[in-house]
Ligand binder design. Structure first.
Ligand code: SAM
Length: 281
């Protein structure tokens, strides 16, 4: 099938350090927008608008579109295109350091201040994991997230226990969100083309978590430690953190590897570790 171009030609010099692979296929852009399903009252945030391939079809469909872009060279063209649009708010800054809660607290009207954010973006692949971990710290402010990522990363996020791709990223994101892989996008749909396939993932923060860690830091630590050496058993990776008896007390066989343990298991391990390390009264 002939490719529909996104209708823009550009002289922008793509910057590798900012992960600039711009979408160039109108059909794929439409497919992404359809998956996002923008609504006229939405408060949306787009991370990394680039040359506005997604911004353009979103800006007139939502009430507010906050746009976060780091590259100085893209700021003036974005302002020229969108400054007159009522939804448009540009933040020339680093999305990794941005305080997303301020978008709600700085809202002009009260209904928007209580409304949660819808985050979207064709993310710069080099920062996608730290960015998602940063966004998870604002999970209570977020309705949902739709991201284009490397397909391999989407496979890891959505992997179930026992599958090779299941690891720390799967556990941490599935602990906080419902995760769904939507569709794959080939390299030819970007300029310049990346070396690998990409995919769209939908993340919906749990309104109430199915399994609750008593202490999130303890949970993070236990998950990191459990996967620290992928080929080692849980007993070995958790040496000094939990004894064999304590792992068994959580209903988990200490001789298995972390890659077969569901999120619930890590929550049990983390809660026991946390309780055992509380100072005695
Ligand atoms: N949305 C556009 C598209 O789909 O064609 C561009 C996507 S491109 C993969 C990633 C965009 O994120 C670029 O515009 C890049 O400059 C921007 N970017 C990279 N690192 C960033 C950061 N730390 N904070 C904000 N934007 C960033």
């Amino acid at each position: 099938m002939a490719k529909q171009t996104s209708g823009r030609s550009s002289t922008h010099k793509h910057k590798k350090q900012f992960g600039q692979n711009f979408l160039n296929n109108g059909r794929i852009i439409d497919q992404i927008v359809a998956a996002i399903r923008p609504q006229k009252n939405d408060h949306m945030v787009e991370i990394g608008p680039g040359e506005a391939a997604l911004t353009r079809p979103l800006i007139d469909r939502v009430k507010t579109l906050d746009i976060i872009e780091i590259d100085n060279d893209l700021i003036a063209p974005l302002k020229i295109q969108f400054a007159s649009k009522p939804a448009f708010n540009l933040h020339h800054t680093d999305a990794l350091k941005f305080d997303y809660a301020t978008l709600l607290s700085n809202s002009k009207n009260e209904s928007e201040a209580t409304q949660s954010l819808r985050i979207v973006g064709n993310l710069p692949y080099n920062i996608s994991s730290p960015l998602m971990f940063h966004l998870l710290t604002y999970a209570e402010c977020i309705q949902d997230m739709h991201f284009m990522l490397q397909k391999e990363v989407v496979d890891r996020i959505t992997a179930q226990p026992g599958i090779k791709a299941y690891g720390r990223l799967s556990v941490m994101l599935q602990y906080a969100c419902q995760t769904e892989s939507l569709f794959t996008v080939g390299p030819e749909n970007f300029t310049p083309p990346p070396k690998v396939d990409s995919a769209i993932v939908r993340l919906i923060p749990h309104a109430s978590k199915p399994f609750v860690a008593e202490n999130e830091k303890a949970f993070k630590d236990i998950v990191r430690q459990s996967f620290s050496q992928k080929r080692k058993t849980l007993r070995n990776n958790l040496k000094g953190w939990l004894s064999v008896e304590q792992i068994e007390q959580c209903g988990i066989d200490p001789s298995i590897r972390a890659e077969t343990i569901p999120v619930e298991g890590f929550v049990k391990l983390a809660n026991l570790h946390f309780q055992c390390n509380q100072p005695s009264p």
